[in-house]
Design a protein around this ligand. Structure first.
Ligand code: SAM
Length: 238
């Protein structure tokens, strides 16, 4: 992927998630093409529970920023932690589903933004994003993470969740090959295809990327499916 086609992929990703909005939750809840059988599904949900518990360990905070919030699968978790959530996504379609799922909670402020042009308007006690970092083109990673760091209060926390490379995590008609190509083809239920970026981070690698923006992070993996990080500014306790 070169810089020339980077903007095209970013736009394609936005279009993909807009078109997928109504079927997105099938992935997380292991339905339809994402149903990989009882044993795999049980593994998935047990590992989701591990990550949910880790998120709860952050404890109560006042203001949360959720980037690429999607349909609200994690926004509803964040609502148990924070007084106010700013939830940002590029897709009006997913924002509408999120708003509906959360009962139009007055505690959530929705903003439609492209995260590659967005700048934070304030600082937050917790910045959270799930299954988003893997879609950031590597040449944009440092700039994106620096913007994230700018959105954090001095003692604010960062929580990231993403995918591990595991073929049963995706749809049964997606072929997940470890060929080093970060551009992947994704299909909708109707067969329509899109190109997206998908980078699978290793814990050491993610820890180093966060160190580069002065975030000390504890990065963990679940047995098969997830990588997650909890971080704070390296001078937070100074
Ligand atoms: C894999 S989904 C993750 C959604 C949610 N965080 C979750 O865990 O279910 C990626 C999300 O990123 C959003 N997105 C894609 N490109 C974006 C961009 N350039 N700026 C903001 N959001 C974007 C999509 O609309 C989609 O909701």
């Amino acid at each position: 992927m070169n810089v020339w086609n980077d903007r095209q992929i970013i736009q394609d990703q936005i279009e993909y998630y807009r078109a997928r909005a109504n079927e997105y939750d099938e992935w997380f809840y292991r339905q339809g093409r994402f149903d990989r059988g009882t044993a795999n599904n049980q593994h998935w949900f047990a590992e989701v529970a591990v990550v949910q518990q880790a998120l709860q360990q952050v404890g109560k905070v006042d203001r949360i920023l959720e980037l690429a919030c999607g349909t609200g699968i994690w926004t509803q978790e964040l609502l148990t932690l924070g007084n106010q959530i700013t939830a940002i996504d590029a897709s009006t379609e997913v924002l509408e589903i999120n708003r509906h799922k959360l009962g139009a909670s007055s505690q959530v402020i929705y903003q439609q933004r492209d995260l590659f042009t967005w700048e934070p308007e304030q600082q937050y006690d917790l910045v959270f994003f799930s299954f988003w970092l893997s879609h950031v083109p590597p040449q944009r990673l440092t700039a994106f993470l620096q913007t994230v760091a700018n959105a954090l209060q001095a003692d604010g926390k960062l929580f990231i969740i993403d995918s591990r490379f595991e073929p049963t995590s995706t749809a049964n008609n997606h072929v997940l090959v470890d060929d080093g190509n970060l551009i992947k083809t994704r299909k909708l239920n109707d067969g329509k295809e899109f190109q997206i970026v998908k980078k699978f981070y290793q814990p050491d690698e993610l820890q180093q990327e966060l160190r580069a923006i002065d975030i000390d992070a504890d990065v963990k993996v679940t047995e098969r499916y997830f990588i997650y990080a909890i971080g704070e500014r390296s001078n937070a306790n100074a």
